[in-house]
Design a protein around this ligand. Structure first.
Ligand SMILES: [Zn+2]
Length: 147
C-alpha cells in the first residue's frame, strides 16, 4: 500500500506501550514549552521515537530543528523505516490541533511530501490525552484511531 492512499489515511496508527510512555514522559518533562518529535516505523506501526528540539519554544507552538531533522531522516532511512508521524505536546491545552498546527502540517505535506499522522499530547486535563490526526484532501484535520 502506498503512503497517502485513501485507505492508509484512515488506518489506525499503532503505538506500542513503551513508545507511548516515552512520548508522554517527554511531554510531561516540559511544563512551559511544547515538545516535538518524530515516530518512525513500518505499515502504520511506530517502532522508533526520535525526540527533537523545538526551535520555536513556546507554550503554543513548535518547530522541528531542521538540522536535527536531517540527521533523524538519515537514521530512519538507514533502518529502512518510514516517517509515520510528528508528535508535539500542548502543555496547557487539550489534544486538539490548533490552526497553526494545521498550517504547519499542510506545509510539511507540501514541502517534504509528508503525508503523515500528527500526534498531539494534551496535558491540560486531569489525565493526559493522546490523539492523532491526518490531513484530508481539503487540508482539514480528521482524527484517526490510535491503537
Ligand atoms: Zn499544537
Amino acid at each position: 500500500m502506498m503512503p497517502g492512499t485513501a485507505s492508509s489515511r484512515k488506518s489506525p496508527l499503532l503505538i506500542s506501550e513503551s513508545i507511548r510512555r516515552e512520548m508522554l514522559a517527554h511531554a510531561q518533562g516540559s511544563k512551559n514549552c511544547e515538545v516535538c518529535g518524530i515516530l518512525a516505523g513500518r505499515a502504520n506501526t511506530a517502532i522508533e521515537i526520535y525526540k527533537a528540539r523545538n526551535t520555536d519554544p513556546s507554550a503554543v507552538s513548535y518547530e522541528l530543528d531542521s538540522r536535527q531533522q536531517l540527521t533523524i531522516m538519515k537514521d530512519i532511512s538507514a533502518k529502512t523505516l518510514e516517517v509515520l508521524a510528528v508528535y508535539h505536546s500542548h502543555p496547557s491545552g487539550r489534544a486538539c490541533p490548533s490552526e497553526k498546527d494545521r498550517a504547519v502540517a499542510a506545509l510539511q505535506r507540501e514541502l517534504a511530501g509528508w503525508d503523515i499522522a500528527h500526534v498531539i499530547i494534551g496535558l491540560a486535563g486531569p489525565e493526559p490525552e493522546i490523539k492523532a490526526y491526518r490531513l484530508d484532501e481539503e487540508n482539514s484535520f480528521a482524527e484517526i484511531p490510535l491503537a
